[in-house]
Ligand binder design. Structure first.
Ligand code: ADP
Ligand code: ZN
Length: 401
């Protein structure tokens, strides 16, 4: 593999240097930029005949990330996904409606393989066609829904418009991830759909979904360490941090064939907890993501993560879980003005103006105390912020408005 041969040589690392886990820090990092610079197959470690599938994600900027799989990779993926679903509480008796997008995106097929291996009944609805999703839940007796957290909210809204209360349906469990969400959002989804909502994590560069997931104790996501070795580093210095400290998650794949990664910098900010869990699993747990080191906004010198803003918003009554954070990308996320558009509930909107004004004032002061900076709040009418079918877009550039 030309890429790793070159970077290891540059670092002067030879196979003899790697004797124990502690030697991991001698290895160079791999970044998203390396994927882009070596697009499309520079990180591939097998010949194309051995590749049975290629997935791709949009990537943060420019060229997409290309993810090739051998048959063995697909088998491992199915296994970690079956484990993921089991940890979340799914069994072979469940009817699982998979509303993650099928296609190039890893979400749809990743969940599909795992659910079939587990022996659950899979309904591969993919995302979108929301009314049909509601019909399927009702008519086919869906018990587990898998989709992004924002799409779970969209499902609830569509059901409400159809006069359907999902709390009365057979749904009992939701497995949500692929985008940032908060504890508040979890409570909201659980309440609206009448389910238990479980957090799941993964990324295309590593395998797709199936890197880690919560157990029913909801106290961090167990990382499948027999396949994915996790470290946390200081994103500024690259120095490895001890368990418990917050930093950037770095993953080394141990079993991948087609495109293994060495010390891949995920840009996701988390902390690791090695304590055995009450569920009996001993694999290390990662915390909910507090943000991405590259999604971070810098407002007048203060670091702000969209997830912090979401937590504040969902704390306040009369606010819907639909919002937009407006930035000036010209200045590379450094902005003097933080503007947040927030959708209000029908009830607040139809009330006399006083309620809107109070809400705005309340949000402004809450943001101020949680973020440590002032934000401009713009309350918008119900149903005016575009609904996502896949990943929600929360941060937009002013020029896109
Ligand atoms: P996937 O196909 O699994 O969504 P992508 O490569 O498109 O993979 O996106 C991966 C990124 O999505 C992660 O690096 C992380 O930033 C975000 N993500 C995935 N799962 C979660 C989650 N449960 N909570 C927060 N962010 C998540
Ligand atoms: Zn556990």
């Amino acid at each position: 593999m030309p890429f790793y041969r070159r970077t290891l040589k540059e670092k002067g690392v030879t196979p003899d240097d790697i004797q124990s886990l502690a030697d991991l820090t001698k290895l160079p990092f791999t970044s998203k930029l390396d994927f882009r610079d070596n697009y499309p197959f520079g990180l591939m470690a097998v010949s194309m005949e051995q590749v049975v599938r290629i997935h791709s994600s949009s990537g943060t900027t420019g060229k997409p990330i290309i993810a090739p799989y051998t048959q063995h990779d697909i088998d491992i993926w199915a296994e970690v996904m079956a484990r993921t679903l089991t940890s979340a509480g799914t069994t072979e008796n469940d009817v699982l409606q998979n509303a993650y997008g099928y296609g190039l995106f890893t979400g749809g097929l990743g969940f599909h393989h795992g659910a079939e291996l587990l022996g659950a009944t899979v309904i591969p609805t993919s995302t979108g066609n929301t009314k049909r999703q509601i019909l399927m839940i009702q008519d086919l007796g869906t018990t587990v829904i898998t989709c992004t957290p924002s799409y779970a909210i969209t499902l609830h809204e569509a059901a409400r418009e159809m006069g359907v209360d999902l709390r009365d349906s057979t749904l009992r469990l939701g497995i949500h991830g692929a985008e940032p969400w908060s504890e508040k959002m979890r409570a909201d989804i659980e309440d609206r759909l009448g389910i238990i909502a479980i957090n799941v994590y993964g990324l295309t560069e590593v395998i797709g979904p199936g890197v880690s997931v919560e157990c029913p104790y909801k106290c961090g996501m167990h990382i499948w360490e027999d396949h994915f070795l996790a470290e946390v580093i200081n994103p500024e210095t690259g120095e490895q941090l001890p368990y418990g400290e917050e930093g950037e998650l770095v993953i080394t794949t141990l079993t991948k064939e087609a495109q293994p990664v060495i010390r891949f910098r995920t840009r996701d900010i988390i902390s690791l907890n090695p304590e055995p869990c009450e569920c009996g699993r001993t694999m290390v747990r990662m915390s909910r993501l507090t943000g991405r080191s590259d999604d971070m906004l810098i407002v007048r010198g203060v670091n702000v993560f969209p997830s912090q803003i979401e937590s504040v918003l969902l704390e306040v009554e009369g606010v819907e879980p639909h919002y937009l954070i407006i930035v000036d990308r010209q200045h590379a996320f450094k902005t003097d003005e933080l503007e947040i558009w927030v959708e209000v509930s029908d009830e607040v909107f139809s009330d006399e103006m006083g309620k809107m004004e109070n809400l705005e004032k309340r949000l402004r002061s809450e943001m101020d105390s949680v973020l440590g900076i002032a934000a401009r709040i713009k309350l918008v009418e119900p149903r005016t912020i575009a609904r996502a079918e896949g990943k929600a877009k929360r941060v937009v550039d002013r020029s896109e408005l």
